[in-house]
Design a protein around this ligand. Structure first.
Ligand SMILES: CC/C=C\C/C=C\C/C=C\CCCC(=O)SCCNC(=O)CCNC(=O)[C@H](O)C(C)(C)COP(=O)(O)OP(=O)(O)OC[C@H]1O[C@@H](n2cnc3c(N)ncnc32)[C@H](O)[C@@H]1OP(=O)(O)O
Ligand SMILES: Cc1cc2nc3c(=O)[nH]c(=O)nc-3n(C[C@H](O)[C@H](O)[C@H](O)COP(=O)(O)OP(=O)(O)OC[C@H]3O[C@@H](n4cnc5c(N)ncnc54)[C@H](O)[C@@H]3O)c2cc1C
Length: 572
């Protein structure tokens, strides 16, 4: 964001979480005191929620903030080793403040997690303040430029006004005032919504590199005696890359939708209407998980599709992978997010629909499915005719798969309960089904949003090629998940065979437009930073140039020869 575009930076948490959390949770007075200096980078902040012992289970966090009415201060304390804050970006060396999530204690009672602004370093000298033990957590899989840190608070005192009090409050006498909705204290919906767009960007970058390179690279023979073809002409190469291209477009549209949805619903929340918060939470959690998992896998597909050169950092693909892969973990671990969407929203909605409630938003199809269950089934049964051309009928198919898997998960919980298991045990014994249901729901949402987007495209040629991509996205998903569709009676084996054949036709149709479709992402060479993905296609000259610049080539004879190899040789 600041120095290297799109690369992780020590200031990311300041810009991406510290400032937005102030915007969402600070009072006007706190905005004046903290936001303006933070905007001017006098205050540099991070978001310290995760502890060494707990990241997912927020109620298990141990850091305490105990109100002392005699001094009008909170005392922030890390009581155990496992309570040390662990992971926050920019915490180790960069930040002088942290938003610390801690269990609030006042008048002898614990009121759960709340957010506190804690100064951690002197504003001028940057030396850690008394009672603050702070540092870097050490090397990681990637994110080397980011000082993810630890923070141990030893009875650190902060003023009463440093608790973020837009929603919950503590009065000077220690009285606790509840927030209008307890769910507001969770937060996180903003970044989760934004991560969907980051998945799209990571996919767009990766497939731009891989598709451009596949148009430049010639290898092997298709027909004996003829020149080596571009590797992009191999059907298997297209089968690897064009679905990624289709997903990059799909996720771009879903990312835009999530941004708009976040803006709309957070506007309602600020106006005091919390009714859409569950929809926003379920969508942002589920789509964050669905798109990051898909993008994470697809980046590797792109890297491997570039053969040996994909393994070189000159391709940029290894860096894209290591920088992207933690999105599957941070801001809510993906399995846990899928479970939130399923158990806190889909199953609940299923039950509401089953008793006749009309549902709104992304789950409205569950009402239709419930109504359908009440209608008598045709005697013949079996799957309906499948059109491999009609996008709306494919949307409908995804919708029915989602409805069927939500039902399966809900029924699994019910069966486990009937076996005498407790609610919690029944849930755990159904959690594979719950994740599957969330995945199907999100897949339906993505396909639907892609198809809806086509309605907004006026240019006939653009609409035609985007429709082909949408078709490929939907049919590839159908083929990859054919077990679900077969199990739900939505697909027959002959239909599945036709889907595979149609996918092959679509790959051929897309081949002439593939390079133009990645160029349309408009990712310039500086942003891509990839020798293989260069716009001008001069890959080999620049690969050679890149290698020549390797630090090992600074001298013709490396010092290791004199230091190790030569003495070793003389001893043999
Ligand atoms: C574009 C990006 C720009 C910049 C960013 C740059 C760089 C980023 C780099 C790194 C950033 C990383 C930052 C972090 O990782 S911060 C730490 C993130 N941690 C988490 O996300 C923790 C995940 N855990 C949880 O969210 C929760 O603990 C939980 C899984 C939800 C479970 O909690 P629990 O208390 O048991 O809750 P439930 O009983 O399950 O739910 C109670 C009730 O609340 C509703 N709910 C839960 N969460 C939310 C929410 N976020 N919003 C709204 N509502 C929520 C839930 O549905 C349930 O509702 P009921 O109606 O069923 O009662
Ligand atoms: C690069 C990076 C940057 C980060 N930045 C920050 C930051 O700035 N601020 C911050 O506060 N945190 C940050 N984090 C921490 C991050 O938010 C947590 O790691 C994340 O929330 C996951 O929590 P955890 O590590 O406790 O995983 P765990 O919950 O321990 O997950 C381990 C496994 O247990 C499973 N599991 C856990 N609970 C359940 C359940 N209820 N049901 C089923 N399975 C379950 C998970 O699916 C997973 O497979 C960062 C992490 C990384 C990697």
């Amino acid at each position: 964001s600041c120095v290297h575009p799109d690369r992780p930076e020590p200031l990311d948490l300041h810009l991406g979480m510290f400032l937005p959390t102030l915007l969402n949770q600070a009072t006007p007075e706190q905005m004046e005191r903290f936001f303006t200096p933070a905007w001017n980078l006098r205050i540099i902040g991070t978001y310290a929620q995760t502890e060494m012992g707990h990241g997912t289970h927020l109620r298990g966090l141990e850091t305490t903030a105990t109100f002392d009415p005699s001094t009008q201060e909170f005392v922030l304390h890390s009581p155990t080793i496992s309570s040390i804050k662990w992971w926050p970006g920019g915490l180790g060396k960069t930040s002088n403040h942290a938003i610390v999530l801690a269990q609030l204690h006042t008048q002898g009672r614990c009121h759960g997690l709340h957010a506190f602004i804690v100064p951690i370093r002197d504003m001028d000298t940057h030396v850690p303040l008394p009672g603050v033990v702070v540092g870097d957590i050490g090397p990681k899989f990637g994110f080397s430029e980011v000082d993810n840190g630890f923070l141990k608070l030893e009875h650190v005192r902060i003023p009463l006004d440093n608790m973020l009090m837009k929603f919950a409050k503590v009065e000077p006498d220690g009285t606790y005032v509840k927030p209008p909705s307890a769910k507001l204290t969770y937060g996180m919906v903003f970044i989760r919504s934004m991560i969907v767009g980051q998945s799209a960007l990571a996919l767009a970058k990766s497939c731009t590199i891989a598709i451009r390179y596949s148009a430049v690279r010639h290898q092997s023979e298709l027909r004996p005696g003829e020149p080596e073809p571009q590797i992009l002409n191999y059907q298997t190469q297209q089968h690897k890359l064009f679905p990624v291209l289709a997903a990059a477009y799909a996720f771009t549209f879903v990312g835009q939708y999530m941004k708009d949805t976040y803006r709309r619903i957070s506007g309602d929340i600020h106006a005091g209407d919390y009714s859409q918060l569950p929809e926003l939470h379920a969508l942002s959690a589920g789509l964050k998980a669905f798109t990051t998992w898909a993008a994470n896998a697809a980046i590797e597909v792109c890297r491997m599709s570039c053969g040996g050169h994909g393994y070189s950092r000159s391709s940029a693909l290894p860096d894209i992978y290591v920088e992207f892969t933690p999105t599957c973990t941070y801001e809510g671990e993906n399995t846990v997010m899928m479970l939130q969407t399923a158990s806190r929203y889909l199953v609940k909605s299923y039950r509401q629909a089953s008793v006749g409630q009309r549902l709104q938003g992304s789950v409205s199809y569950l009402s239709e499915a419930a109504a359908q269950r009440l209608r008598p089934r045709p005697v013949s049964g079996g799957a309906a005719p499948l059109s491999t051309q009609d996008l709306l009928s494919l949307v409908h198919l995804y919708q029915r798969r989602a409805a069927s898997l939500v039902e399966l998960a809900a029924k699994s919980i019910q069966q486990e309960l009937q076996r005498g298991r407790s609610q919690e045990e029944a849930w755990n014994h159904s959690s594979i089904d719950l994740v599957r249901a969330s995945d199907a729901h999100c897949h339906f949402v993505v396909v639907k949003l892609f198809v809806d987007k086509l309605e907004q495209v006026d240019d006939a040629a653009v609409k035609a090629v985007l429709s082909t991509l949408a078709l490929l996205y939907a049919l590839k998903g159908l083929a990859d998940n054919s077990g679900d569709f077969l199990q739900a009676g939505l697909l027959t084996v002959p239909q599945a065979t036709r889907v595979s054949a149609r996918i092959k036709e679509l790959l051929e149709e897309l081949r002439p437009d593939a390079v133009a479709l990645v160029d349309a992402f408009d990712l310039n060479d500086r942003k891509l930073n990839s020798v293989l993905g260069r716009y001008d296609g001069n890959v080999y000259e620049h690969l050679y140039e890149w290698a020549r610049q390797s630090p090992l080539n600074a001298t013709e004879v490396h010092e290791s020869f004199h230091k190790y190899l030569k003495p070793l040789r003389s001893r043999l």
